[in-house]
Design a protein around this ligand. Structure first.
Ligand SMILES: [Zn+2]
Length: 156
């Protein structure tokens, strides 16, 4: 009996912690919520307060017909700006690559950044805001994520 109590207690703690972490984003596909929360967190770590719900933004995961395009940010004059992530890409990509693409589109739609194609002498893109059409290659991974996110949020 005592063991059962301990087990129930730890389940309660775990579910409580999860509830606290869940942030809901308006007009946003729920599969994107964790990534949007991470975007706000990473901005805040760098002293930038971003409340994505205060941005006029509609975000969904759906089929993008254009070949090789995995995400888009469209600016609309009279309607909320719109982020679309390609469904097929989403089904197949790793979490880290999903994050890179979501952050890239938020870089356009929320940080109002354009593309940056600069690269180092290894041919590695200096920014996740590269267009994907340039010569440089991105190797977004756990080791360089911090540097890329510094560039994303703190670049002039
Ligand atoms: Zn772009």
């Amino acid at each position: 009996m005592k063991q059962l109590m301990i087990l129930l207690f730890s389940v309660a703690i775990i579910s409580c912690a999860k509830d606290q972490e869940l942030r809901i984003f308006d007009n946003t596909d729920s599969e994107l919520w964790d990534y949007y929360a991470a975007f706000e967190d990473e901005a805040l770590k760098r002293g930038i307060e971003i409340d994505l719900n205060s941005h006029q933004l509609t975000s969904n995961i759906s089929n993008i017909s254009e070949d090789g395009v995995v995400g888009t940010c469209q600016f609309h004059f009279n309607n909320p700006n719109e982020i679309t992530i390609d469904q097929n890409f989403w089904n197949n990509a790793s979490e880290l690559i999903k994050e890179m693409v979501v952050f890239h589109e938020l870089g356009h739609c929320v940080l109002f950044r354009g593309h940056l194609e600069d690269f180092d002498n290894q041919g590695t893109c200096l920014s996740i805001m590269n267009s994907g059409l340039a010569e440089c290659r991105v190797r977004y991974n756990v080791n360089n994520r911090e540097a890329y996110l510094n560039e994303l949020f703190l670049a002039e």
